[in-house]
Design a protein around this ligand. Sequence first.
Ligand SMILES: NC(=O)C1=CN([C@@H]2O[C@H](COP(=O)(O)OP(=O)(O)OC[C@H]3O[C@@H](n4cnc5c(N)ncnc54)[C@H](O)[C@@H]3O)[C@@H](O)[C@H]2O)C=CC1
Ligand SMILES: CC(C)CC(=O)C(=O)O
Ligand SMILES: [Mg+2]
Length: 357
Amino acid sequence: MYKIAVLPGDGIGPEIVPEAVKVLEVIGRRTGIEFQFTEALVGGAAIDARGQALPPETLDLCRQSDAVLLGAVGGPKWDALPPEERPETAALLPLRKELGLYANLRPAYLFEPLAEASPLKREIVAGTDLIIIRELTGGLYFGPKKREKAGTGEVAYDTMLYSTAEIERIARLAFDIARRRRCHLTSVDKANVLTSSRLWRDTVESLKGEFPEVTLEHMYVDNCAMQLVRRPTRFDVIVTENTFGDILSDQASVLTGSIGMLPSASIGGSTALYEPVHGSAPDIAGQQKANPLATILSVAMMLKYSFKMDGAAAAVEAAVGRVLAKGYRTADIYVPGTVLVGTAEMGALVRQELQEG
Ligand SMILES: NC(=O)C1=CN([C@@H]2O[C@H](COP(=O)(O)OP(=O)(O)OC[C@H]3O[C@@H](n4cnc5c(N)ncnc54)[C@H](O)[C@@H]3O)[C@@H](O)[C@H]2O)C=CC1
Ligand SMILES: CC(C)CC(=O)C(=O)O
Ligand SMILES: [Mg+2]
């Protein structure tokens, strides 16, 4: 029996998360493995109900669970709160830090039927299969920060701070993942300007002797942003700083058709967390327009990484592939000639394929 903490959060979270839970229920029935789901409050929903974005009982539940499934947090309703109370900075970042989740795995894989859904040309995106390994508990989002009065105005700063140990552990993980894929690792930094990037580059470089089968290259983040849309198939594994990885993965999602297709796994602690790469999408929340596939593919990652159920993970991915091949699309990946469906309908189609497959 596996215990799963379910944190729907805000915006489209409560629409997409149930679809992923129901996929796990099908897997449970198919394999005889019991998944026990316990729901908890996080983000704006927790602020409204409990007065704090990450209630202690939510954190306790996550610590006691075998895996965490998260929707997304944040939205205009809570944007005016002081930074230390906002859903993003008071729930999401502390949750990742408290659980020790220093590595965020963000695969950008193009399901072939979606080549036309990308605004980029088919010949550019065809064959896209890369993974961004984003450092998740250090860097610019976690370094010392301040905003204060200065003269007639204000000054503010954030700090991109890394230790050798933090860079070594994420780099080793990235080398290891590259070793199991196509043996090509791109370390992305801004070492021509940033001191922390120079430490990053020196540290990654110092480890390459441990992984002789992996080809290592270094690339500046601005160039990487450009190469990603110019020739995405040149990339296999990308390892990078927290903020750089956050930005580059949203960009990489466009190669796959939509940000609604990009799953993620945050690992490194005793309990891993799985969530779509996108946010709470307040512009479409409550309208059954959200694409649940990023969240469904996130539970495929849960099956693989937390429960070592590689066959079940592959079955979920294959079911998603077949639904797309049959022409069903949520609005974000719709093109003329395909069949427009809503969030729950897309979830039901995946479950049907899983049951039949
Ligand atoms: N992990 C998390 O909890 C994250 C939370 N956020 C928060 O989410 C809120 C909204 O942020 P945005 O910058 O608008 O980013 P967003 O990722 O929520 O939305 C960006 C655009 O992508 C679309 N989109 C996102 N997910 C989609 C899906 N599953 N299906 C179809 N379309 C989808 C949205 O409709 C929107 O047009 C903010 O409060 C932000 O801080 C943002 C990113 C991650
Ligand atoms: C609050 C942000 C750090 C969330 C985000 O954009 C992400 O993790 O992708
Ligand atoms: Mg992001």
